[in-house]
Design a protein around this ligand. Structure first.
Ligand code: ATP
Ligand code: MG
Length: 436
């Protein structure tokens, strides 16, 4: 029988690859606390309408990439392709409105039926941060500062903030008309994908990945010529704010978000280190989204980042080495090993035991594990209530009283001989314990 295979575009990760994802998530969790974002959880599945209405029927995500299925009750269900829509659904259906304005963050798997390649998967992970109920540009700045600090704390300095404004609805519709006219004039030279977007969503042509479209995109009208005074003022306050926060950025006048409900600020952190999948974090203001879900007009802004893409850019995280490795050298010592391991672990010391092989082999393996200490326990020592603590880095060792294990840090034990109750070492430890 051929062994069962994973679903295309999914990942099964062991060791460092898994540690990398965990390191990204833990940095996110640390930074989101600094910025006062509450943790939220939202379902992996939603009614298909939640995404169709918010992400927009004309986007790739909704038209081609969603994992939708009919459940046994005949309802159309979709695996979340992103977090924003589900968070906004919860904001309305779970009474979160009473806590507005709300700063929330979450992370987890997202699903998109895409062509798998480097940095592009069918099940991938996102970090997500949203501010709901704040229409002022300060919210945009705060989110950008959060994103910027996260990338810096991850040691990623090769990702540059690309910033644009999509203006208010008036701006956007004037720009859209101008883009439509421009692209219609070049319709026959556009890629098939872009021709399809021409009538439905001409802004999306700016996002085209087809080389043949690029010269036509380059000569397209830019939004600055259509900004209303309010929209220009809003954008000015955002750039002032990020300058004040010391965030480096570049203007990307043709950057749009695929989603239809974006207004004002649109941004991406882009790197050239990941080939075609260069966007590590993307977001913007989506003041129209909550209304699209049937809620009241609610301004909001947020971003999402690809955990796998960030994980590829960080240094390898430190390995989770044990601090101590216990080597029981005899039958009775073996029987006592679990008790000693438990005492160590309960006191917060990461510990392993090596039962097999001669002493030399086991010491070599203990060193290779990265542990700082080997604890050698022979049957005779056990009978005397003692254990040998060997510092694997310094190569020195001391005899300790077994009772000290789990009560006295190993870093003290190996330096002071507590083998005999009357030794100066034992006295020193007793003094330490009694706080003298
Ligand atoms: P792309 O242009 O790369 O397809 P997108 O515009 O579809 O990105 P968003 O919907 O803005 O991406 O999602 C936010 C982030 O999630 C992206 O910047 C990226 O880091 C990550 N991401 C999106 N799709 C995938 C995927 N299929 N695999 C891995 N990461 C992804
Ligand atoms: Mg995509």
């Amino acid at each position: 029988m051929t062994p069962v295979q994973p679903v295309r575009g999914t990942q099964s990760l062991l060791g460092e690859d898994a540690d990398r994802l965990a390191a990204v998530v833990s940095a996110f969790d640390r930074v989101r606390r600094l910025y006062g974002f509450k943790r939220v959880e939202v379902p992996t599945i939603e009614h298909t309408a939640v995404f169709a209405r918010t992400i927009g029927e004309t986007t790739d995500v909704v038209s081609k990439e969603m994992y939708s299925f009919e459940d046994r009750g005949g309802e159309s269900i979709t695996l979340r392709p992103e977090f924003t829509a589900g968070i906004c659904r919860a904001y309305l259906s779970e009474g979160w409105q009473q806590y507005a304005p709300l700063k929330v963050a979450t992370h987890g798997s997202a699903f998109r039926y895409e062509r798998p390649q480097k940095g592009r998967f069918r099940e991938f992970r996102q970090l997500d941060a949203e501010i709901i109920g704040v229409g002022e540009p300060q919210a945009d700045v705060e989110l950008l500062a959060f994103a910027d600090q996260l990338l810096k704390e991850l040691g990623i300095d090769g990702a540059i903030l690309q910033l644009n404004t999509l203006g208010d609805p008036e701006t956007r519709s004037a720009w859209r008309d101008a883009l439509h006219e421009h692209f219609r004039g070049h319709a026959s030279a556009l890629s098939e994908d872009s021709q399809a977007r021409l009538e439905r969503n001409p802004l999306r042509i700016l996002d085209s990945k087809a080389h043949q479209d690029w010269p036509i995109v380059d000569s397209a009208p830019v939004i600055d010529d259509f900004l209303t005074a309010e929209a220009a003022d809003f954008f000015g306050k955002v750039t002032e704010g990020i300058d004040a926060a010391g965030i480096q950025w570049g203007r990307a006048p043709r950057l749009v978000r695929g989603l239809d409900y974006y207004r004002h600020t649109a941004f991406e952190f882009v790197t050239d280190q990941l080939g075609a999948q260069g966007t590590v974090l993307a977001g913007g203001r989506y003041d129209g989204l909550i209304e699209a879900l049937g809620g009241p007009h609610t301004p909001a802004v947020g971003w999402a980042a690809g955990v796998e893409r960030l994980a590829m850019m960080i240094d390898a995280p430190a390995r989770d080495n044990p601090e101590a490795v216990l080597l029981p050298l005899g039958e009775r010592a073996e029987a006592a090993a679990q008790g000693i391991l438990a005492a160590l672990r309960r006191s917060g010391t990461a510990a392993e035991a090596l039962y097999k092989g001669n002493l030399k082999k086991r010491l070599t393996r203990a060193s290779a594990s990265g542990a700082e200490y080997a604890l050698l326990l022979g049957d005779d020592e056990l009978a005397d209530g003692k254990i040998t603590v060997r510092n694997l880095v310094e190569g020195q060792q001391a005899t300790a009283s077994l009772e000290c294990i789990g009560h006295v840090p190993l870093s003290l034990l190996w330096q002071v001989d507590t083998g005999s109750p009357s030794s100066p070492g034992a006295q020193h430890i007793k003094d330490l314990l009694s706080g003298r």
